[in-house]
Design a protein around this ligand. Structure first.
Ligand SMILES: Cc1cc2nc3c(=O)[nH]c(=O)nc-3n(C[C@H](O)[C@H](O)[C@H](O)COP(=O)(O)O)c2cc1C
Length: 233
């Protein structure tokens, strides 16, 4: 490959174009954030990088809480609008016909139409030039029940997640393999029962466990709260 060298730029792609809800149930706002990611598995830490000029910056700085909502095909138009209009001028929930739902641990609302909502509490703030980084602990994860199979395993492919690369939104395409597939000796189906007991399988194979024993419930009631599947990183 022949290369040309460009000046430094934020050309990391694809990234997740998330919809971050903030403020309160009474005065909710949504800001589209692509500069985000996971920092640590245990404790589960994330960050969002927000320009101090944004209306949402003060809301997040004041409350120390926000929710990262994953964007799907159905939500991509709303995601884009929330990234170009300001909550200082318009109620973006109303504008886009989205539903603010009460979160279980934080004062910021969830976006009801997003299938996965990560409730976050800020632990640290880092000025970073044009943006300020809010480092936060993920204190609860809300998962759309229809994405779970009978055993409680999450199938994210069902919800049509969206990626963002160099100014464009893309629907995720076909799966090219699962974690560890490149070194897996035999397909899972052909492993002997003995091997299956010994082997760890893929991280997606590991079943989710309730956070705490029997009585734990979701804020919406019914099912036990579950811990996110173990991550490889
Ligand atoms: C795809 C996309 C990604 C964005 N990512 C960020 C980001 O990571 N950080 C940021 O400060 N602004 C980002 N923005 C811009 C804000 O979402 C935008 O300025 C928004 O209107 C601010 O809303 P607010 O004034 O209600 O806070 C992004 C916009 C788009 C469309």
């Amino acid at each position: 490959m022949a290369k040309v060298v460009w000046n430094p730029g934020a050309l990391l792609a694809p990234v997740a174009p998330t919809m971050v809800s903030c403020g309160s149930m009474e005065h909710p706002n949504i800001i589209t954030i692509a500069w985000t990611g996971i920092l640590s598995t245990h404790p589960t830490m994330t960050y969002i990088s927000v320009r101090p000029q944004r209306f949402s910056h003060k809301l997040i700085a004041d409350s120390g809480e926000f929710v990262i909502n994953l964007t799907t095909r159905e939500l991509v138009r709303a995601c884009d609008t929330c990234g170009v209009k300001s909550g200082a001028q318009v109620n973006k929930f109303e504008l886009m016909g989205l539903t603010p739902k009460r979160a279980s641990q934080v004062s910021a609302p969830l976006i009801g139409e997003s299938p996965i909502n990560l409730e976050c509490r800020v632990t640290q703030r880092l000025p970073m030039g044009s943006h300020e980084v809010f480092i936060a602990k993920i204190v609860a994860v809300n998962v759309e029940e229809s994405l779970l199979d009978a055993a409680g395993k999450l199938d994210l492919q069902k919800c049509g997640l969206v990626a963002y690369a160099h100014g464009n939104y893309y629907a995720l395409g076909e799966s090219l393999g699962s974690f560890g597939y490149s070194v897996r000796k035999k397909p899972l189906d052909s492993r002997t029962p003995q091997n299956q007991r010994k082997g760890r399988g893929t991280h997606a194979d590991r079943r989710q466990k309730p956070i705490s024993g029997h009585g734990a419930r979701t804020h919406s009631g019914g099912r036990p709260r579950r811990k996110a599947a173990g991550n490889p990183q």
